[in-house]
Design a protein around this ligand. Sequence first.
Ligand code: GLN
Length: 206
Amino acid sequence: MAERRHRPGRVGVLGLQGDVSEHQKVLADLGAETVVVRRPGDLAALTALVLPGGESTTMSMLLESSGLDRELEKLVADGLPMLGTCAGMILLSAEALDGRPDQRCFGAIDLKVRRNGFGRQVRSFETELEVKGLDAPMHAVFIRAPVVEETGEGVEVLAEVDVPGRPGERRPVVCAAGPVIVSSFHPELEGDGRLHELLLKKVEGD
Ligand code: GLN
């Protein structure tokens, strides 16, 4: 009998703004059918949702104007498996510092994050990261990434980074809680699907 494979089903990629096609490509490589989500009707029968990197303030506004914000609230409450990278992490967190006052956070994972929190000198950087549960390091690309300021109860830290230019400061950069995984960086830009694979395992209930 063939090895048991994940049944990824229909995975939505929030397509209002940001690096949508990169996520689609990674998911397609894992055998998932992808749906670009731009309006509430696109959310029908999804087995998981990916929120890409981009600009969380813009995505927040577009979520409201499209009516997707209310649907996203419901999906979070229903426990739909979700992966958020960078701006997507900000949207899924409980609170964002240094955002717009009207910026929405959907509280899918109990994190307090600071937008662009790695500082001006290191707006972007790359590093090799050890991620719990993965057998080889991930090449992580950070682009004006959020810094995790606080992790709440039930949050598991899967990877941390030494903050460039701030000796002794380590911050969580991959976190998970229940059906939700978030990363401060962009695995999709490297074509690395291993966090997406973890997401698809959550679809199976592993
Ligand atoms: N700084 C962006 C924001 O606040 C996130 C950057 C990214 O997704 N690469 O939304």
